[in-house]
Every structure is written in structure tokens, then in C-alpha cells.
Design a protein around this ligand. Sequence first.
Ligand code: DCM
Ligand code: DCM
Ligand code: DCM
Ligand code: ZN
Ligand code: ZN
Length: 271
Amino acid sequence: WGSLGHITIAYIASNFVKEETTAYFQELLRNDTEHYLAGVATWADSIRYTKWGRFSKNFHFIDAKDDPPAYCGVDFKRDCKEDGCVVSSLQNYTSQLLDPKLWPWRRNQAAKFVIHFVGDIHQPLHVENVAQGGNGIHVNWEGHEFNLHHVWDSSIAEKMLGGNRRKAYDNAFRWATDLTDEIESGKYLSVRESWIDGMFLDDPIATSMVWANESNAYVCSHVFPEGPVAIVGQELAGEYFEKAAPVIELQVAKAGYRLAAWLDLIVERMS
Ligand code: DCM
Ligand code: DCM
Ligand code: DCM
Ligand code: ZN
Ligand code: ZN
């Protein structure tokens, strides 16, 4: 996701974590405001193009070698590269958070990666191999040429929200408040329990593979409903947008709610 998605997911998570979890991460992240998660949600993107942060560039996605729209599905052994993917990274940085012997700066960094990667794994094109997660597919967006990955990372959510695109934190806060209401008492109330089914702190790979398979299924149903070739050069800000927007809302809401549950499990284990 772009900044808007990641920051929204972090604000949603801060609305659902237990009090002990808030206190724990406010101390680890050295930020005692309500922005303690939101403030670090895009850190992993800010370092991935730097020399020292390059090691983490493949950690944001897993390239599912599927065949949309006929067949979707992720396979950890087949699809996670030797130097890592979003699934192995969630395992690695979760286990660093659970290791009290590590230096605080290592656990601070692990927290920032976990907060970011739980977000990315919910973006369908971060769980897809075709054209490097859609980066190589040119489409039109309100008459301008964009790549499909960027449309799913940012353009669709930004169009849904309206407002000033430069105010990512304000827009995210507003979106997170709306989605929090939907989870607490609206359209997501009846499904939120199912979102945290199959979450096991002792098996972060199995847990995040459930999330990855859900995201990847949307590649067949909503990203490439007629296959990757059919979408090239199409205008996506109309009918395509109308179908994609509810999927993005759901995935962002789910990511925030699951991030809260995951952080709660970590803090429970550490205390
Ligand atoms: N980004 C960056 N530097 C670049 C390209 C992108 O910092 N040269 C940031 C801006 C986007 C985010 O990365 O918000 C998107 O990351 P990804 O495309 O990995 O989701
Ligand atoms: N960091 C690092 N190596 C350093 C200094 C900092 O890996 N020499 C990491 C630790 C923090 C992150 O960079 O998690 C940024 O920290 P801060 O936000 O405190 O500057
Ligand atoms: N990306 C992806 N799958 C890939 C390659 C990249 O999801 N196989 C994501 C990571 C960034 C964006 O696409 O969010 C742009 O990546 P890059 O800057 O590495 O081209
Ligand atoms: Zn992306
Ligand atoms: Zn990312």
C-alpha cells in the first residue's frame, strides 16, 4: 500500500489493541501519543531504497506463481524467494519481538517491520507474480498512464476518500475512524470474529499464509477478472474502480483488526 493504506491500518490497530499493548508499544517505539503505530507505519518503505535498507526490499511481497483468473493460490515453498518474502519476514520479525535478549533497537525495528508487513500482505498485488505484482502493466487512471500496482496501492483508496492527497495522516485518521465504526457496529461486525480465526503466535507462517491466500484470491476475482492481457491500457477509474473499492476497504479493515490481535498476542506472551 501507499502511505494512506499503511497509516490507516495502523490507526485501526491502535483502536482495537488492549491497554497493555498500547503501553508496551508506546514504550518500545518511544512515542506516547495516539500516533505511536501510525507514525512508523511507512518506515519500512522509506528505507527499502536506501543502501543500508536494501536487504529488506523483497520483504514486502510474495510472488505467487499462479495463473489468474483461471487459478489462484500461494505456496510458501514455491513462492517465497531464498532471501525472503513477506511471509518469512513476518515470522522473522515476530520472533525478534518475542526475544527479550535482543537489543531494544533491534526489537524497535522488528516492531516497525511487523506493523508494515501485516499491511502489505493484505494488498492483493503484493501476493502476485504477474508483471512483478502488476508493476509492469500500464493502465489508465482518469486519463493518465499509471501502473496497475500503483492503482491498487494508492489511486483507488485516494479516489474513495477524496480530500487533499498530500494530507495522508489526516485522511488516514478519518478513514480509520469510519472503518473502526464499521468493525465495531456496522457491516463488518458479523464477520470480524472470522478474521482472527486461525491466528497462532507459535506458527506465524501458517497464520500469514491464510492472509496471503485470501489476498491472492482477489487477484483472480477483482484484479484480473478477465486475465492480465485484457486489462492493459484500460481506463480503471470507472466500473473497475467501483468493484475494487469494497475489496480495498475490506482488506484495509481486516489488516488493521488482525494487526491489533497479533500485537496483543505478542504482548500477552511477553508479560
Ligand atoms: N517509495 C519511496 N521511494 C521510491 C518509490 C516509492 O519511498 N523511490 C515509497 C512511496 C510509496 C511506497 O514506497 O508510498 C510504495 O511502496 P510499495 O510500492 O513497496 O508498496
Ligand atoms: N538503526 C540501525 N542502525 C543504526 C541506527 C539505527 O539499524 N546505526 C535502526 C534502529 C531504529 C531505526 O534504525 O529502529 C531508526 O531509529 P530512530 O527512529 O530511533 O532513528
Ligand atoms: N512489488 C511487488 N511484487 C514484486 C515487486 C514489487 O509487490 N514482485 C511491490 C513493492 C513496491 C512496488 O511493488 O510496493 C514497487 O516495487 P519496486 O520499487 O521494487 O519496483
Ligand atoms: Zn505496493
Ligand atoms: Zn511495503
